[in-house]
Design a protein around this ligand. Structure first.
Ligand code: GLV
Ligand code: MN
Ligand code: MN
Length: 409
């Protein structure tokens, strides 16, 4: 029997996880390694155990459950993340993990023993909103980031350190990381393309490069009325010029270059006081790795010039540096074929957002399945995807897992 997705079961889990860390007015706040993240993890582990899976946790807190196959060996892995930004939607990341639970449930109900094992994974701190960089757990798991360094990362808001927070919530494990036979990630698109074109499934070809940089500017507080413009050391003015430069870099390059100033703080933050300190972050992304490196170099060079002109001291540090990644072309073909077999329209497309899949791509055949996002909204409590699209994407995931893991009843 061909295993089928149960819409009620799948959406029941989407709603159950969506209640953990729920915000008034919709959406969730499950920032990495907070109490809400712990509650989500506890729920997930309990679901995995109920499905008969063996559960593993590694030293950076990644969780994966394994459903055995006829043979031991590397599993076909399905995964994503259950942490969120502070103003997150209920689908970003959650869908990939809950789609994985649905795959295992459907296999169980159909009585199918796959040839190779099937794993469902949730990676620590994909978002990078509380601790930078993003994709921290999958990056460590796949050897792109150094465990010892990541364990010492401080929260951007000063609210903790990764290693201590893992201990506090009880998710610093000691299971050895694994490299799967293949890695598949189902995710909402988080952008407007599929909806605008009326396409049901995105066969993701790769992920654009991501450079995050933090700038801190030190100047001097002084009186806003008495200090002539030429004589002030205004950290706020330097920070504004850096932010505008980021915007100009994107304007000069045009698409696909994007630039975002997501954090902008000045102190002391008083109406009549020249700011003495400013901190801002710039997120630059591009599918062209060389263009992205050039954009970051231009930004840092101009920031240094702005600070020098204003008599301020500038420090900057990379928070994330990820090169663009291409997924396995043959596996992307199989995503396309699986969608067409189910009579679903499908489009090959790159991902604008970062994903755990990009950490697996260098080490094993990797691909992603996108479903449409209503109004292209994500990292927003109004993030929404239609049930029919969620079910369709999960069915494509299930069909692919059956294909890759070798399913027979
Ligand atoms: C992760 O969600 C990112 O793309 O910033
Ligand atoms: Mn995500
Ligand atoms: Mn996200």
């Amino acid at each position: 029997m061909t295993p089928e997705v149960s819409p009620a079961r799948l959406m029941g889990r989407v709603e159950a996880l969506g209640r953990i860390g729920a915000l008034d007015g919709g959406g969730v706040c499950r920032l990495a390694l907070t109490d809400a993240d712990k509650a989500g993890r506890d729920w997930l582990v309990s679901e995995m155990r109920d499905l008969g899976m063996s559960v593993f946790v590694d030293a950076i807190g990644n969780i994966w459950g394994i459903r055995p196959g006829q043979r031991a060996g590397a599993p076909v892995m399905v995964g994503s993340h259950i942490d969120s930004v502070a103003t997150g939607g209920i689908y970003d990341g959650a869908l990939g993990v809950l789609g994985g639970l649905e795959v295992v449930t459907a296999l169980n109900v159909a009585g199918i023993e796959t040839e190779t094992p099937v794993a469902v994974a949730a990676f620590t701190n994909e978002e990078g909103a509380r601790f930078a960089p993003d994709m921290m757990g999958s990056g460590v798991h796949q050897g792109a980031l150094v465990l010892e360094e990541m364990l010492t990362v401080q929260a951007t808001d000063g609210s903790g350190v990764v290693g201590e927070e893992l201990d506090r919530i009880g998710y610093r494990g000691n299971d050895a990381p694994i490299t799967p036979a293949a890695y598949l990630e189902l995710h909402i698109e988080q952008g407007p393309v599929l909806e605008a074109e009326g396409v049901r499934i995105g066969a993701v070809t790769g992920v654009q490069g991501i450079h995050w940089t933090e700038f801190v500017v030190e100047g001097q507080t002084n009186h806003a009325g008495t200090t002539p413009m030429a004589l002030r050391r205004d950290a706020g003015q330097v920070a504004m010029r850096i932010g505008l430069e980021a915007d100009q870099i994107a304007a000069d390059a045009g698409p696909p270059q994007v630039a975002t100033v997501g954090v902008f703080e000045i102190s002391p933050g008083l109406v009549n006081v020249v700011p003495e300190r400013a901190r801002l972050t710039v997120d630059l992304r591009n599918t062209d790795g060389a263009a992205l490196v050039a954009a970051t170099e231009r930004l840092i060079g101009r920031a240094e010039a702005f600070a020098a002109e204003a008599g301020c001291v500038l420090t900057h540090r990379p928070l994330a540096r990820f090169a663009p990644v291409e997924f396995d072309a043959r596996l992307v073909d199989r995503v396309e074929a699986a969608a067409r077999t189910r009579q679903l329209s499908v489009k090959r497309m790159p991902s604008g957002a970062g994903h755990d899949a990009q950490m697996f791509a260098p080490n094993c055949p990797t691909a992603m399945i996108f479903v449409p996002s209503q109004n292209g909204l994500s990292h927003n409590i109004k993030e929404h995807s239609e049930e029919a699209d969620i079910v369709a994407g999960t069915q494509v995931l299930l069909d692919l897992v059956c294909d890759l893991a070798g399913a027979s009843s």
